[in-house]
Design a binder for this molecule. Structure first.
Ligand SMILES: *Cc1c(COP(=O)(O)O)cnc(C)c1O
Length: 296
C-alpha cells in the first residue's frame, strides 16, 4: 500500500504547536492573523483581501453567498470538479450548468465555458485540475466581457501561477484548501480571497456569527458600551484557529521545497511512462505556467 496523501510534517510543526500551547490561547488569534498576512504575501495580494476559513468547501459556500446566487441564477462549472462546488450553487437555489473539460488537461476550456454562458449566467466557477493553471487568464477576460463573476477553486493550485499571477487571484473570489490530503496541510483549513476588500470583510462577518465588530476587547475602554456586539447578517462559525495556523505558517515556508520535489517526481513519471503503449502522459504546460503538481 502506498499512501498517496501522506503529508510532509516534522519537528518544526510540532514546535509551532508547542508555542500555541505556551500562549494559552488556542482560538483564532495572532497566529491566524500572521498566517493570513503571510498567505496574502505568497499570493501577491493585500492582507485585506484574505480571510481564513475552516475548509475550502466553506469557502465555496461563502463565495456563492457573497455573490448572492439565488433561484434562477446559473453558474457555469466544469464537469470534472469537486462535489462541494456544485453543492454550493444548488444549496442556494442556483442552477449548476456543467461545461466539458479538455481531454488532455482535464481543465475547462474558454470556448466550452463561452458556449454555456447565457442570460441567466451569474458566475463561472473553475478549478485548476491537478494544479495546472489552464486557461484561467482568458476565462477571466471572458467573464469581464460578459460582466459576470469568476470564482476560482484553487484547492489544487496553492503554488500555481500563470504569467506571474497566482491562481485564485485572476477572478473575483478564490478559495484554497489545507485539508489533510492537500500539499500544504493544517489538518483542516482554507483561505478565501476577494478582489473587493469589502467582500472580504463581509466574508469575515459571515464566517464568524455575523459579528460586525470582530474584537470588542481591542476597543476596551475606547468607546461607550464596547462590550456590546453588533450582529449583522445570519453568520455561521467557520473560522480557523491558532493551532492550525501555526502549522500552516511552517508549511507555507516549506511549500517551495514540496513543489520542487513534486516537479522532480512528475518529470520522472513523464520520462518513464511516455513509452508505455496505451498510455498518454499529460501535455507540457504552456510557457509561463507553473503547477503545484497536486495530481499527475
Ligand atoms: C480538496 C478540494 C476541495 C475541498 O477542500 P476542503 O478543505 O476539504 O473543504 C475543494 N475543491 C478541490 C478542487 C479540492 O481538491
Amino acid at each position: 500500500m502506498i499512501n498517496l496523501f501522506e503529508p510532509v510534517l516534522g519537528e518544526e510543526e510540532l514546535a509551532a504547536i508547542g508555542e500555541v500551547f505556551a500562549d494559552g490561547w488556542l482560538g483564532k488569534g495572532k497566529r491566524t492573523r500572521a498566517f493570513e498576512a503571510a498567505f496574502a504575501d505568497h499570493l501577491g495580494v493585500a492582507e485585506e483581501q484574505i480571510v481564513s476559513v475552516n475548509s475550502c468547501t466553506e469557502g465555496l459556500f461563502l463565495a456563492t453567498e457573497l455573490l448572492e446566487i439565488g433561484p434562477g441564477d446559473e453558474v457555469v462549472l466544469p464537469s470534472v470538479s469537486f462535489v462541494g462546488a456544485a453543492n454550493a450553487v444548488a444549496a442556494r437555489g442556483g442552477k449548476p450548468v456543467f461545461c466539458d473539460v479538455d481531454a488532455d488537461t482535464l481543465n475547462p476550456g474558454t470556448a466550452e465555458i463561452a458556449r454555456r454562458i447565457g442570460p441567466a449566467t451569474k458566475a463561472v466557477l473553475v478549478l485548476h485540475y491537478g494544479g495546472c493553471p489552464g486557461d484561467v487568464a482568458t476565462i477571466a477576460a471572458l467573464c469581464r466581457e460578459h460582466g459576470i463573476a469568476l470564482v476560482e477553486d484553487a484547492a489544487c493550485a496553492v503554488a500555481s501561477r500563470a504569467a506571474g499571477t497566482a491562481c485564485g487571484t485572476f477572478g473575483d473570489l478564490g478559495v484554497w484548501s489545507f485539508d489533510a490530503m492537500k500539499i500544504l496541510v493544517t489538518g483542516d483549513g482554507g483561505m478565501l480571497y476577494a478582489k473587493d476588500p469589502a467582500l472580504a470583510r463581509r466574508a469575515a462577518e459571515l464566517a464568524y456569527l455575523g459579528l460586525r465588530q470582530l474584537s470588542g476587547y481591542a476597543e476596551a475602554g475606547t468607546r461607550k458600551r464596547w462590550w456590546e456586539f453588533d450582529v449583522g447578517p445570519f453568520g455561521r462559525r467557520s473560522v480557523t484557529n491558532d493551532i492550525c495556523s501555526a502549522i500552516g505558517m511552517v508549511q507555507l515556508g516549506k511549500l517551495p521545497s514540496f513543489v520542487r520535489r513534486r516537479r522532480e517526481i512528475c518529470r520522472r513519471y513523464d520520462a518513464r511512462l511516455a513509452a508505455v503503449p496505451g498510455l498518454r502522459v499529460p501535455p507540457r504546460m504552456p510557457p509561463g505556467h507553473e503547477s503545484s503538481y497536486y495530481f499527475y
